[in-house]
Design a protein around this ligand. Structure first.
Ligand code: IPM
Ligand code: MG
Length: 360
């Protein structure tokens, strides 16, 4: 099979971790008889430095012409980087929001898994963590507060800022359908998270999710208020299978869920549109403090590449091989510094990539 991939190495540790993901993808392609072509584009600070904007139209066109996009991370230190002196629409994050919108990547999948080998890293009490957990946060990614009308005005000498949380039923329905489809392939439970006791947008969300649920009698649906969900994630994370939620709630809850695993360097993500196209990136950020030191954990990016094989290319066996290599390497005791524990062997970013590629 021909795999046409656009890469966004990005900023901070991005280029290092993308290089390792390519290493593992190349080995997988070699092993299973596929051919990959990569085209790199600039986004975020790397693009600002060259073009003055975080994402050019040419870069978007290149991304659109590929089957999938593999991204490292973008952005820098918000207090010291000159990128954050620019107006908001020219900062690194604006490039990310633009590519999500332009490519219609409305469905963001963020798995949060507690790996047996890394259970010690979980910050929860053992009586909670011993149950383990494996959840998928399905976050709506192109609507809500992030893309609603916003402005800052001065009224009678008083500054006032307005952000708008708007959803139409079609935007809710399409992410709900993806959520139920994915739940069907997992443990058949959807927890739809909203703030229906206060917000109109949440009341519509709940109503539309109920409608979609009628087509999935085999999937259990429950509703949960977002504040309660924040508590339940630390009280009893094992109760969750698929968490289905709007953009802002998903942003916050997915960070919380990743922290509860204790190993954010392991967590992948996929952002999908209506077809098979997707953008795949680690859940963590660009970690500018450790950039260029060859100590970052490339596993989240490598697992994102595995999600790409599975969701865009339908190459389940290949994706399984990558995921199995990760489990194998952990079992053998290799760790990057962020997940290092006593008795294990510490390796660099590129050594971790080599070890994984060897095990494909
Ligand atoms: C994320 C990030 C982005 C978001 C930022 C960088 C704009 O936090 O992908 O979760 O809020 O969506
Ligand atoms: Mg976030």
């Amino acid at each position: 099979m021909e795999l046409k991939i656009t890469c966004i190495p990005g900023d901070g540790i991005g280029p290092e971790i993308v290089a390792e993901a390519k290493k593992v993808l190349n080995k997988t392609a070699e092993k299973f008889g596929h051919n990959i072509t990569y085209t790199d584009i600039l986004m975020g600070g790397a693009s600002i430095d060259v073009h003055g904007v975080p994402l050019t139209d040419e870069a978007i066109a290149t991304a659109k012409s590929a089957d999938a996009v593999l991204m490292g991370s973008i952005g820098g230190d918000t207090t010291t980087s000159p990128w954050y002196k620019l107006e908001p629409s020219l900062r690194p994050e604006a490039g990310l929001l633009k590519i999500r919108k332009e490519l219609n990547l409305f469905a963001n999948l963020r798995p949060a898994i507690l790996y047996d080998e890394l259970a010690d890293a979980c910050p929860l009490k053992e009586e909670i963590s011993k149950a383990g957990f494996d959840m998928m946060i399905m976050r709506e990614l192109t609507g809500g507060l992030y893309f609603g009308e916003r402005k800052t005005v001065t009224e009678d000498g008083v500054r006032k800022a307005i952000d708008t949380l708007a959803y139409n039923e079609e935007e809710i329905r399409r992410i709900a359908i993806k959520g139920f489809d994915i739940a069907r392939k997992r443990n058949k439970k959807v927890t739809s998270v909203d703030k229906a006791n206060v917000l109109d947008s949440s009341r519509l969300w709940r109503a539309v999710v109920e409608e979609v649920a009628k087509d999935y009698p085999d999937v259990t649906l429950e509703h949960m208020l977002v504040d309660n969900c924040a508590m339940q994630l630390v009280k009893n994370p094992a109760q969750f299978d698929v968490i289905l939620t709007e953009n802002m709630f998903g942003d916050i809850l997915s960070d919380e869920a990743s922290m509860v695993t204790g190993s954010i360097g392991m967590l992948a993500s996929a952002s999908l549109n209506d077809s098979k196209f997707g953008l795949y990136e680690p859940s963590h950020g660009s970690a500018p403090d450790i950039a260029g030191k060859n100590i970052a954990n490339p596993i989240a990016t490598i697992l994102s590449a595995a999600m790409m094989l599975r969701y865009t290319f339908d190459l389940d066996k290949e994706a399984d091989a990558v995921e199995a290599a990760v489990k194998q390497v952990l079992k053998e005791g290799y760790r990057t510094i962020d997940i290092m524990s006593e008795g294990c062997k510490q390796v660099s970013c590129s050594e971790m990539g080599d070890l994984l590629a060897e095990r494909i």
